[in-house]
Design a protein around this ligand. Sequence first.
Ligand code: NAD
Ligand code: UD2
Length: 311
Amino acid sequence: MAHYLVTGGCGFIGSHLADRLIADGHRVTILDDLSTGRLENKPTLARLVVGDIADQQAVREAMEGVDGVFHLAAIASVPRSREFWAETHRTNLSGTITVFEAARAARNGAPVPVVYASSAAVYGDNTATPLREDAATRPLSAYGADKLGCELHARVAWEIHGVPTVGFRFFNVYGPRQDPASPYSGVISIFARKVSRGEEVTIYGDGQQVRDFVFVGDVVRFLVRAMERRPQGAAQGADVFNLCTGRPTSLLMLLDVLQELCGSRVRRVHLPPRPGDIRVSIGDPARLRAGFDDVCRVGLLQGLGATLTGE
Ligand code: NAD
Ligand code: UD2
């Protein structure tokens, strides 16, 4: 049994991870400021520290004595990073550096490993399809720029401070508990709720933009695996992998499948594309497969079914 810190553990992905760690018999401490995370998401057996990820003392205290850190706390919205540039930077990059710094001496003065969330947003307007990890990073948003900054600081964490890390460039993650009520939330959670209620959906742009949707259960499996065993072929103590399926889905296709599953047709309103929006974002999962001897297993139909039933 190990003791892990999950930052952002009351959020969508972090709470699924915390559930899994507890089910595996581990001790879990969560550090979360409950800004988008919810108390109801916290597993009963997890200890919650309510605090800010950029507060050095709060992070140090929450990390005291743990065997490893899953760092998921962030302001996970591209439009919010446009509206609140400096505020999101503080959480998304300064917060990550605060985590790496505390990880240098978390267990009896020795470093502990950190598995953290990067994002496909680091590729920005690179139009390569599919995107391999060695594709040029050209973030278009403050969010993407900060996630790239996290990767650069992860390298410093390892090379200078001996903190081993694994970063995952999540593509578009979806599943139960992703907040359907917030306009900043993921498109699947928003569309799933609207279509199931027969309400009108808003499409930014022509709806032909393409995403690589990954089910949250697959994400959790890779996070846990990266903590337990260093991936094969990881040449260094700071490595980065795409977390993706390699399968493209346009928004219009997504809407069709949801309407089919719900047996309803809804009205669609088109608004101009969001500034900084990426047109095509498809990852190449080859390195993920080689490093972990595993792939994302949940197909879109199955994952959307689980999202609609909340299971
Ligand atoms: P989420 O908003 O549900 O979870 C983020 C959690 O972090 C929330 O519980 C929130 O309260 C907490 N948090 C925010 N600011 C904080 C702060 N200053 N101090 C402490 N806690 C804070 O989002 P999510 O979708 O679960 O995202 C988890 C991670 O995955 C994030 O790092 C996000 O950038 C990354 N990511 C998500 C996606 C996706 O498709 N959902 C894609 C790429 C990367
Ligand atoms: C997602 C993640 C982000 C980042 C990125 C990786 C969320 C909330 N954001 O950003 O954290 O890591 O992936 O590249 O998970 N859209 C509509 N109507 C709506 C909502 C969205 O048309 O009501 C469009 C939106 O303009 C975009 C697409 O749907 O073209 C996906 O939007 P999103 O907010 O789900 O995710 P994205 O790709 O901007």
